[in-house]
Design a protein around this ligand. Structure first.
Ligand SMILES: Nc1ncnc2c1ncn2[C@@H]1O[C@H](COP(=O)(O)OP(=O)(O)OP(=O)(O)O)[C@@H](O)[C@H]1O
Length: 465
């Protein structure tokens, strides 16, 4: 159907008076109408011009309506043909449907029924066209790395098919380890910028005082030690995509600078008063609740709306457990190859435990568990013995309670520990739970990532070599 133009309908009837009546009626309903005075003329018309529907009489001298419908359907099966049969002629109605008609109506015509049937037929054409377009886009999608066939993942892939080719800024949300970075890479790979660079920036990993030069670059002499000019990440991404991971970690002053880039498409190097135009598509990801952060003034609302033109929400693994066996299989193969091990499979009991567990650290945690298991393998089959203890004891209903994962004997007696030891113990346990994901562990412990990093560094320094 041509966008912006009313649907184009062909009326086929050898009776001029009947044709005129239908032409006038459909014209009044707002359609564009064309006429053919017989079956042969109708078949020619269908081959010559794009049409949205055909209304076809049955009894015509040159080529009857059934045969004309059959030929039209062969030529273009997506074009709906509505056949008008005589009231008493049930066999011709059946014949018409067999020939590929969309529907039939009996004469004398009920105009309301005609209008309804026509509307349905046109909606059907439109839906078919949209589905076809979506199917083609999906087929063209390059998603080699994203494993998952659950309904939630299929919906995600459908959304990616729509979003990737557009130029829209996309905010990718979801818990840690769900695959937000993978999604960002898939969007870039399936966009018109795929031949251009994809520059990934982890906003949590760059110290606050270096962030501006990192993103926007600096001029020579901009500050002590700046003996050369340096291009920032935005300039590196020119013609491509920048992916701002953990965007919720940006300080408020940096948020203001980022907002300016989104508004004017210009960046300003540190030490320069010349703005530079950059052609960059922005993708951002966060596991934080940005709307909550807006409430307490930690995230700018205007920036949120600029980033959030389209939101892609990556569901947590516990909401798509159907994907666990596929992911397990994928990681088994990957880590067996990486570690040069032969793995023939996994025991049903081990798979059952993997499926039952709630995966607070999501796919990253599963990936780590699988790598560890492959390294610990004692035979060609992965068994529950290679799975971490807390997972062997996992109960799906109680994912976050520490006690649910360890028996009293397994917990060290608290009274014998110093406060520092207890802290270390807790940090290690939460890290294990989150599959080594520091951002998530810090969030659960209620400390910043930096504090967590410092503590881990201290433990490493204190450890006997
Ligand atoms: N659907 C998937 N198929 C295959 N591997 C996946 C899938 N989802 C995630 N992974 C893998 O899990 C790990 C974590 O994914 P990723 O880094 O994309 O998560 P994230 O949501 O960006 O995490 P964070 O919020 O901590 O940055 C990666 O190694 C990734 O390859």
């Amino acid at each position: 159907m041509k966008k912006d133009l009313p649907p184009h309908i062909l009326i086929v009837d050898d009776d001029p008076a009947h044709r005129l009546m239908l032409t006038t009626l459909l014209g009044d309903w707002g359609y564009r109408v064309d006429e053919a005075d017989g079956g042969l003329a109708a078949v020619h018309r269908v081959q010559e011009q794009p049409l949205d529907a055909v209304i076809m009489d049955v009894r015509m001298p040159d080529l009857d309506g059934i045969e004309a419908t059959r030929r039209i359907h062969q030529y273009n099966p997506a074009l709906p043909v509505i056949v008008l049969t005589a009231f008493s002629s049930v066999p011709s109605a059946v014949e018409a449907l067999k020939a590929g008609a969309y529907d039939y109506l009996t004469k004398p015509l009920d105009f309301d029924a005609l209008r309804l049937t026509l509307n349905r037929a046109l909606e059907y054409t439109q839906l078919r066209a949209e589905n076809q377009e979506l199917r083609e886009q999906l087929a063209r999608l390059r998603l080699p790395e994203i494993i998952g066939k659950s309904p939630a993942m299929e919906r995600l892939v459908e959304l990616l098919a729509l979003v990737a080719p557009s130029e829209a800024t996309v905010l990718i949300t979801g818990e840690s380890g769900t695959g937000k970075s993978l999604v960002a890479r898939a969007i870039h790979a399936n966009s018109r910028r795929s031949q251009g660079p994809l520059v990934e920036v982890n906003c949590a990993a760059i110290p606050e005082n270096l962030m501006e030069t990192e993103l926007f670059g600096h001029d020579k002499g901009a500050f002590t030690g700046a003996d050369k000019a340096r291009r920032g990440r935005f300039a590196q991404a020119d013609g491509g995509t920048i992916f701002l991971d953990e965007v919720g970690e940006l300080s408020l002053p940096m948020q203001a600078k980022l907002l300016r880039v989104l508004q004017d498409g210009q960046i300003q190097r540190v030490g320069s008063d010349q703005p530079h135009v950059v052609d960059v598509r922005i993708l951002a990801a966060t596991n934080r609740d940005l709307q909550g952060m807006i409430q307490y003034g930690a995230f700018r609302e205007d920036l949120y709306y600029r980033l959030n033109v389209v939101t892609v929400e990556v569901p947590p693994l516990r909401q798509r457990k159907d994907d666990i066996p596929l992911l397990v299989d994928h990681f088994l193969k990957t880590f067996a190859a990486k570690n040069k091990r032969t793995v023939r499979g996994i025991t049903p009991r081990a798979m059952d435990l993997l499926v039952k567990y709630d995966w607070p650290g999501n796919v990253r945690e599963l990936e780590n568990v699988m790598e560890r298991a492959v390294i610990l393998l004692r035979s060609d089959y992965l068994t529950e013995a290679e799975l971490p203890l807390h997972l062997q004891r996992a109960t799906p209903s109680d994912p976050s309670s520490l006690e649910s994962k360890a028996t009293p004997e397994e917990l060290e007696p608290v009274s014998s520990m110093t406060l520092a030891e207890m802290e270390k113990h807790l940090i290690e346990r939460v890290l294990e739970e989150t599959g080594g994901n520091k951002s998530e562990a810090a969030r659960r412990l209620g400390i910043t990532r930096r504090t967590l990093r410092l503590k881990l560094k201290k433990y490493a320094d204190d450890a006997p070599s």
